[in-house]
Design a protein around this ligand. Structure first.
Ligand SMILES: Nc1ncnc2c1ncn2[C@@H]1O[C@H](COP(=O)(O)OP(=O)(O)OP(=O)(O)O)[C@@H](O)[C@H]1O
Ligand SMILES: [Mg+2]
Length: 260
């Protein structure tokens, strides 16, 4: 039995039910519902301000919803924190903090250690493995402030991997990466999926979702559509999701999307 089949017997990895959330009485999410099976690579797409980061933060218990709930492997958010790994949008991190890349990845281990145990050889080996997985082992001693934008993104993903989560929530991990780094990252997503991990990736990159993701949630405060990218990515759905933020070109019946 594959890891994926094994995981499928456990019910949905992510279940979002009639979720409402917002800030200062302004709704950012209205009646969101969807389910993601274990071992799936799912995309969360929508224009700026459509609620992607808010949804991820609610799933993490960092933002309290007004109504509705999220279940992770059947558990409430408060109980499921250890199942989750989260990579925030890179802009939200303080990169002037004087630590090395290796230190940052090791931080991913601390949540698992508890209060009394110090990190051991196994933890350091795991941190190295995660750095290798994102192709950055040679930069381990660099100060994090000296990394490029694309390297910083990969550093955050390595830290998330070091937590050994069953569910990974990644907020715009591919934005700003060059073609080679993007390609490597998509391969990494494939590997993680093959290990039975569940990934929910907020992204503006529709072509990468169309190329290799199992499911996609099109978000614009509400769920505009949910399903396999090849059935969901129609002109109608993309127009409703992105409104004027996306330029759609119809060439001989095929839809091409570009940002304006
Ligand atoms: N801390 C906050 N306080 C008040 N309003 C907020 C806050 N964070 C987000 N918002 C508002 O909530 C809405 C959803 O924002 P959110 O960051 O979830 O969107 P997003 O889809 O992640 O956008 P982007 O693609 O730009 O990252 C926006 O209207 C935004 O202005
Ligand atoms: Mg965001």
């Amino acid at each position: 039995m594959t890891a994926k089949q094994l995981a499928k017997d456990q019910g949905p990895a992510i279940e979002v039910r009639d979720l409402w959330a917002g800030y200062n009485r302004h709704a950012a999410l209205e009646g969101i519902s969807f389910e993601i099976e274990p071992g799936c690579l799912a995309g969360l797409v929508g224009p700026n301000g459509s609620g992607k980061s808010t949804l991820l933060r609610v799933m993490l218990g960092l933002h309290r919803p007004w109504r509705g709930e999220v279940r992770l492997f059947g558990q409430k958010v408060a109980q499921a924190r250890r199942l989750l790994g989260y990579t925030p949008q890179v802009e939200l991190v303080d990169w002037t903090f004087p630590v090395t890349l290796f230190d940052v990845v090791m931080m991913g281990r601390y949540g698992r250690l508890g209060l009394l145990r110090r990190p051991g050889r196994g933890d350091r080996e795991m941190a190295w493995r995660c750095l290798e997985q994102v192709g950055m082992a040679d930069l381990a001693d660099r100060q994090i402030g000296e990394l490029s934008g694309g390297q910083q993104r990969r550093a955050l993903i390595a830290r998330t991997l070091a937590q050994e989560p069953r569910i990974l929530l990644l907020d715009e991990p591919v934005t700003g990466l060059d073609a080679a780094a993007q390609h490597d990252l998509l391969h990494l997503f494939d590997d993680l999926r093959a290990e039975g991990k569940t990934l929910l990736v907020a992204t503006h990159d529709l072509s990468c979702v169309a190329a290799g993701f199992d499911h996609v949630v099109c978000l614009n405060r509400k769920v505009i559509a949910f399903g396999e990218p090849r059935t969901v990515f129609t002109e109608e759905v993309l127009n409703a999701t992105f409104e004027r933020h996306l330029l759609l070109v119809n060439i001989e019946g095929k839809i091409y999307a570009g940002h304006q």
